[in-house]
Design a protein around this ligand. Structure first.
Ligand SMILES: [Zn+2]
Length: 249
């Protein structure tokens, strides 16, 4: 949500404890005055945060809403968050990772090169800095967009999306089961349970026990799905997830 402000240099707003009236598209903010938003603000808004990024203003608000449970296509789905792909689901669906930073590197380095002799604080320097900040914001937004699309798809259609427990999935009636980050889902055969070392360059899991040959990430996501089905809470050692310094490959 972008705010159009009369006075863009004002960054601190204090209403001395008085409530701010928010109403539809037009709002009267303390010191700043009347602002318009692209979307109407809900009447149940409890808290707003005004922030500024790359020269634009944002108004973020938290409000109460009634959760709507969506019909699920799959009961339980395993998700493996990967390096090569953003996420691999146990039903075979793959979310490609976005290379937003790599794709903008050339443009970013050109902007930084052009900015090299600008005087700090000068009008030209500030303008160049703003361009760089906007590009960084764009890179971050592309990444956020991909993550939101992934988690929304998971939360609406399946039960456990990979968002932190309690966040994101709550509004659509999903449940997240976080598998212990040290649980060797990549090393364990999803068919027979055989465990073997899997260096990161090995993209296919070849099981010597049962002869299964499967994509590494798919194997891990199927294993995670089994793990999620097997236990409602803690069977894969969630409590250990954040406590030790053990490494996992
Ligand atoms: Zn096997």
């Amino acid at each position: 949500m972008i705010l159009f402000l009369r006075n863009a240099t004002q960054t601190r707003v204090d209403n001395c404890g008085k409530p701010v009236e928010l109403n539809g598209w037009n709002h009267k903010l303390p010191f700043i005055g009347m602002v318009k938003t692209y979307e109407p603000i809900e009447a149940t808004t409890k808290k707003i945060t005004i922030s500024r990024q790359g020269g634009d203003w944002y108004l973020s608000c938290s409000y109460e809403f009634q959760a709507i449970t969506t019909p699920k296509t799959t009961d339980v789905i395993g998700v493996d968050l990967g390096v090569k792909t953003l996420a691999t689901l146990s039903d075979g669906k793959v979310f490609e990772s976005v290379k937003s930073y790599q794709s903008m590197t050339a443009k970013l380095s050109r902007l930084q090169y052009l900015n090299r002799h600008k005087e700090v604080g000068s009008a030209n320097g500030r303008a160049a800095q703003l361009k760089i900040a906007r590009l960084h914001r764009k890179v971050a937004n592309i990444r956020k967009d991909a993550l939101h699309k992934l988690t929304t798809d998971l939360a609406k259609n399946h039960n456990p999306p990979p968002s932190p427990p309690g966040r994101g999935a709550r509004g659509v009636g999903s449940k997240v089961v976080v598998v212990d980050r040290f649980f060797p889902s990549s090393k364990t055969c999803s068919n027979c349970g055989h465990v073997q070392d899997m260096p990161l360059n090995l993209r296919t899991y070849d099981c010597p026990e049962c002869g299964l040959s499967i994509d590494r990430d798919l194997n891990a996501s199927i294993k995670s799905e089994r793990c999620g089905r097997a236990r409602p809470v803690n069977a894969c050692g969630r409590s250990a997830a954040d406590s030790s310094g053990r490494s996992r490959k």
